[in-house]
Write a protein that binds this ligand. Structure first.
Ligand code: HEC
Ligand code: HEC
Length: 351
């Protein structure tokens, strides 16, 4: 029964028109949101207890550990108090919180942010530089190989299960293959999967990235958002959005200020934050704010100062024009008399 539903979801996804192929490489900096249907069934990765023993399994396990406790890289590659799993919820497995299984299948992809094709490991580097306000590990570093291995394992294990190959172990890939991602032409799909998982549509797995959220009835308002924040968010994230630490260990993530994501991160955009918040926050009680509240609180959170965009060239309006021309963020704009980006905090890791 469950398998049947999975098949339906899978066929729906495989039946997407060939448009996606024509558009490859996809010209999107901002990952397109995915429509959410009431009867949608999502991909289920294997239980972590099925990660195999041996060298390959060790890489996958290491990737998981880095993903949930990225703070072990603090100071070296991480410049704030966040962990990957703070945004990619449930260790990167939750649909509509940019899950890693869907992401893995979507790369390599064209990325306007750096104007070139990014493979999967390079996309992870992006989140180190912006979301983690840090400095990304090298592409062939053990850290990026491990995080790529974990993401690949989530995808491939779930795919094998979905097609009735529950007993089949996830085929091992070498380090170079792991970095590429599942949309590479050389990506190998075992047996019956090969004909099923079409190249077109690989970037559109249901549940990828974030769910499409309706436009707010009224333009998003930081001041209305402040009220939403005090009522629904401050209890966990703090009056100053600073999050909370216990015995020196961050337990609740910072939403703005020096320990949060920087001005170049995807989450700094009001639309991206609004869809994330609507679906996932308050934690454990997602989809309870109104659409208007989600936009307003996203506007409030993203109109406070945070660490500088690493691409800052010394001139705020120039940097804003060059990199934030059409995005729905407040970088270089004035809110309540404050020019955002002008008092930005320094990079978390000094060059
Ligand atoms: C502050 C929140 C946040 C943190 C922390 C974060 N990310 Fe992300 N990540 C995002 C957002 C938002 C996007 C989508 C960006 C966009 O639309 O431009 C994203 C996208 C991605 C993608 C591409 C997803 C896709 O479907 O294409 C990968 C892979 C990724 N992040 C990996 C990581 C890893 C690994 C870490 C930890 C080192 C991390 N992220 C930390 C917010 C975050
Ligand atoms: C019950 C406590 C709780 C409440 C209330 C709550 N959050 Fe969160 N929030 C969390 C936790 C915990 C995480 C990290 C999740 C994880 O690591 O699994 C998180 C993650 C986030 C993130 C991504 C990480 C980051 O630092 O950027 C954002 C954005 C966010 N919350 C915004 C909000 C907003 C806005 C509200 C109010 C509408 C809210 N949260 C209410 C606990 C809470």
């Amino acid at each position: 029964m469950r398998l049947n539903k999975c098949w339906r979801a899978m066929l729906l996804w495989c039946a997407l028109p060939n448009l996606a192929l024509a558009a490859y490489p996809d010209m999107q900096e901002e990952i397109a949101t995915q429509p959410k249907a009431a009867d949608m069934h999502y991909f289920t990765p294997r239980d972590l207890s099925r990660i195999p023993n041996g060298a390959f399994g060790d890489k996958v396990r290491k990737g998981y550990e880095l993903f949930v406790n990225t703070q072990q890289l603090k100071g070296r590659y991480v410049g704030n108090t966040l962990n990957c799993t703070n945004c990619h919820l449930d260790a990167g497995t939750k649909a509509y919180a940019a899950p890693m299984w869907a992401a893995y299948l979507a790369y390599p992809a064209f990325r306007k942010k750096d104007n070139r094709v990014n493979n999967f490991a390079e996309r992870i580097q992006g989140c180190f530089n912006y979301s983690m306000n840090g400095k990304a590990p090298a592409i062939d570093s053990p850290e990026l190989v491990a995080m790529s291995a974990y993401s690949y394992w989530l995808l491939m294990g779930g795919l094998l299960d979905m097609f009735g190959m529950q007993d089949k172990p996830v085929p091992e890939l070498n380090d170079q293959q792991l970095q590429l991602g599942g949309k590479d032409e050389t990506f190998s799909l075992p047996g019956p999967l090969a004909g099923r998982v079409k190249m077109a549509g690989r970037e559109h797995m249901p549940g990828r990235a974030f769910a499409t959220l309706a436009e707010p009835p009224q333009a998003a308002s930081p001041s209305r958002g402040q009220q939403v924040y005090s009522q629904h968010c401050a209890v966990c994230h703090g009056d100053q959005g600073q999050g909370r630490e216990m015995a020196g260990v961050p337990v609740l993530p910072a939403l703005w200020g020096p320990q949060s994501y920087n001005w170049g991160a995807g989450m700094h955009r009001v639309n991206t934050a609004a869809t994330f918040i609507f679906e996932n926050m308050p934690l454990g009680k997602g989809v309870q704010l109104s659409v208007q509240q989600a936009w307003d609180v996203a506007a409030f959170m993203n109109s406070r100062e945070r660490p500088q965009d690493p691409r800052f060239d010394g001139d705020l309006s120039n940097t804003a024009k060059k990199f934030h021309g059409s995005d729905q963020g407040y970088y270089g704009k004035s809110v309540e008399g404050e020019l955002l980006g002008s008092q930005a905090f320094p990079a978390g890791i000094q060059p």
